[in-house]
Design a protein around this ligand. Structure first.
Ligand code: ADP
Ligand code: MG
Length: 406
């Protein structure tokens, strides 16, 4: 077991903890179950990577996507952590299992469906498990914006190692979802650490759509630096990318319909570029570490406030000014309501609440940031002065006055 502060410097090369990292790591090192709610880019990975290195034995990390696991693996290997992934995409599984048995691994990334198998349980029983880290923990809750039924299978695994601490991590969970994560993963009520959600350098703006291609092209022209444009469909990204090429900026696309090679190449080009515009579906973004994204545009309504916050949160991680501009149309809400009808009845109420919260954000004439932060349970002191409604207060229609005139 190494000294945490010393390891922070020697292994990760960081001069100190950021935000609540120290608090979270203290709890984990003390062996206590914890739910850490920290914004995207706050440094959640360190909260399990550091204890994984500092404590003897193996840390098992549950993660929802193979691509995400491989990104995390790369960054863990880059700092010299003994890490591996165990997924269907890995042909070195035999070797990984041998290393696990030999106690030669600090960190093992695995998807929930594999983690839940009896074979996996038997396998890790042969190792010394020092921590279960459950990344993207909102996936365990039907109230969360990205429910994955497989996450529900984790509980029996966790319970069969009652003395192993659990660290659940998420960027986006409202109060309801947070409470549900605690219940679903068997964490104590006082085990929650919540970092602030405010991203003061992001300027939020939301406007009705009126020729999205032109509006987004204007935004691109006005905003130097790299940016991400989210479009709702694969075809939509291709079309918008072609239209944005007229701005003269390098433009690439990213969606699940592209070959893995092309996706990888486009992503790498974006990360390396200082002025590229990436037009993408929501398949793009998780696990991408690019601090100097200057704007994130939405060509249509996102699925929820949580998704909006997570997607816009990819802007301005370096702390310098960045813009988040959402363009919405009435048809987005029509489609969202149609989707509601397809939702299973027992989830309909939560989906309905989610849509209502989103329309509240879109429709408000008040400070956007206050609406966002209140959604996540914070009590902001006052209007931010750095969103569209603060900077250009919308004209208020006085209904009483109108009625009187009529
Ligand atoms: P999250 O999972 O919360 O979105 P990551 O764990 O991917 O965030 O970390 C985001 C970035 O912050 C990474 O580049 C990481 O190296 C960096 N980082 C994490 N902790 C620190 C720290 N204490 N000091 C400086 N940079 C840090
Ligand atoms: Mg993360």
């Amino acid at each position: 077991m190494g000294d945490v502060q010393a390891l922070l410097q020697s292994v990760f090369g960081f001069p100190g903890f950021r935000g609540v990292q120290g608090q979270v790591i203290d709890r984990v090192m003390a062996g206590r179950h914890t739910l850490a709610v920290m914004p995207t880019g706050a440094g959640k990975s360190l909260c399990y990577q550091l204890p994984a290195v500092a404590r003897d034995g193996l840390c098992v990390v549950i993660s929802p996507l193979i691509a995400l696991m491989h990104d995390q693996l790369r960054s863990a290997l880059a700092v010299g952590i003994r890490a591996a992934t165990l997924t269907s995409a890995d042909d070195n599984r035999r070797e990984t299992i041998d290393r696990l048995r030999a106690g030669a691994l600090d960190l093992l990334y695995v998807a929930p469906e594999r983690a839940a198998t009896p074979q996996f349980r038997e396998l890790i029983a042969e190792a010394r498990i020092n921590l279960f880290a459950i990344d993207e923990a909102h996936c365990v809750s039907e109230w969360g914006h990205d429910f994955r039924p497989d996450y529900r299978l984790l509980r029996p695994l966790l319970d069969s190692f009652p003395h192993v601490p659990r660290l659940a991590l998420t960027a986006t969970a409202d109060a309801h979802t947070r409470a549900d994560i605690l219940v679903q993963l068997g964490l104590p009520e006082d085990g929650m650490i919540i970092a602030g959600f405010d991203r003061p350098n992001i300027r939020y703006a939301i406007s009705p759509r009126d020729g999205a291609a032109r509006q987004i092209a204007d935004l691109v022209r006005q905003t130097p630096g790299a940016g991400i444009v989210y479009a709702p469909s694969r075809a939509g990204t291709e079309k918008l990318a072609a239209q944005l090429a007229a701005t003269g900026r390098p433009v690439r696309v990213y969606h699940a319909g592209l070959s893995p090679e092309l996706r990888q190449a486009n992503q790498a080009a974006f990360v390396a570029s200082e002025d590229m515009v990436m037009v993408a579906t929501i398949a793009f973004g998780m696990g991408i570490d690019k601090p100097d994204v200057r704007f994130v545009a939405h060509a249509a309504l996102p699925r929820s406030i949580e998704a909006y916050y997570q997607e816009t949160g990819r802007a301005g991680r370096d702390g310098a000014p960045a813009a988040a501009h959402l363009f919405w149309g009435a048809e987005d809400f029509v489609r969202a309501r149609q989707r509601l009808d397809e939702v299973e009845p027992d989830r309909r109420a939560s989906e309905q609440a989610r849509l209502a919260a989103l329309s509240g954000l879109v429709e408000t004439g008040d400070c956007r940031r206050m609406v966002l932060l209140r959604h996540f349970g914070e009590q902001p002191a006052g209007p931010c002065g750095n969103c569209d409604n603060c900077l250009t207060p919308p004209a208020r229609v006085d209904a009483t006055e109108l009625a009187r005139k009529l």
